[in-house]
Design a protein around this ligand. Structure first.
Ligand code: ADP
Ligand code: MG
Length: 259
């Protein structure tokens, strides 16, 4: 390479850096070699460079969105064993996977006992939403209520609610495991009411809506939340035993000697 070329490469990299074309800056040598070898036309060169930069940006954006969602675990739809859970209609999950319901501000409620895959499905749908460019935030219900209570006490409830409501999809996991105070019901109502018909919520819970009065310690608060939440909502009730327990039992049975 001539001295001129070396200087030119340096200048090009500096310019790519100033234009925030990070991928091109970091990979310029290899990319230039590739287009020289391929004898690409100027248009093909530009296309190749732009495409690579865009690809990397999409990838980084996805990664940031997954981090920002705060999922408690990585769970995907591919990992979900539908045969083991016949009470779930795989067709409904397939429809939900299109994410059209998130674009129209509908909700999803997953009810059922512990271990049947509610959190797994909620996270898997969250990943699919992110893959389609939608923003997601996962909260455990008790954690969400404690964040909102603190914000209320500190006089910053409004900004907290705004922050939470900017996400296209809000996942509130495990409603009903811990009873809520009347204050908590009021705080949750704020969230549900503001998102109503605009932005989506996935709620999971181990108790059916009829028992929410008990969870909230106040049936009118529960009714107000449910009214908004369930109006445009797909409700799935999962029945059956805990998946893990069953897997465990299967494994133990397999280990037993045949007599
Ligand atoms: P829930 O939220 O209903 O209490 P989870 O979604 O946390 O249950 O499921 C408990 C564990 O079992 C998780 O590790 C989850 O990945 C797994 N699991 C549950 N159901 C299935 C299933 N049908 N296929 C694969 N894994 C499952
Ligand atoms: Mg769960």
């Amino acid at each position: 390479m001539t001295k001129n070329q070396t200087q030119m490469d340096k200048d090009l990299k500096a310019m790519a850096g100033r234009l925030r074309l990070t991928f091109i800056r970091n990979n310029m040598d290899v990319m230039l070699n590739n287009v020289i070898e391929a004898k690409s036309t100027p248009r093909e060169v530009l296309k190749y460079f732009f495409e690579k930069e865009l690809e990397q940006r999409e990838h980084n954006r996805g990664k940031q969105m997954v981090q920002g969602a705060h999922f408690p675990a990585i769970k995907t739809m591919e990992e979900f064993d539908f045969e083991a859970q016949p009470s779930i209609d795989a067709g409904v999950i397939r429809d939900l996977s299109t994410m059209d319901w998130v674009r129209t501000g509908r909700n999803l409620a997953l009810f059922g006992p512990t271990g049947v895959g509610k959190t797994h499905l909620a996270i898997a749908l969250g990943f699919l939403a992110i893959a389609q460019g939608l923003s997601v935030r996962f909260y455990n219900a008790a954690q969400l209520v404690s964040i909102l209570s603190k914000a209320h006490k500190d006089g910053v409830l409004e900004s907290r609610l705004k922050e939470i409501n900017k996400y296209h999809l809000l996942i509130i996991d495990e409603v009903g495991y811990i009873p809520f105070s009347p204050d908590a019901a009021y705080l949750l109502y704020h969230i549900v009411n503001r998102r109503y018909e605009k932005k989506s919520i996935i709620v999971t819970g181990n108790r059916p809506p009829a028992e929410w009065g008990e969870i909230f310690g106040d049936s009118s608060a529960a009714e107000a939340v449910l009214d908004r939440l369930l109006h445009h909502c797909t409700i799935m009730t999962i029945i059956g035993d805990s998946y893990r327990m069953r897997e465990h039992q299967k494994a133990n049975l397999a280990k037993k000697p045949v007599v």
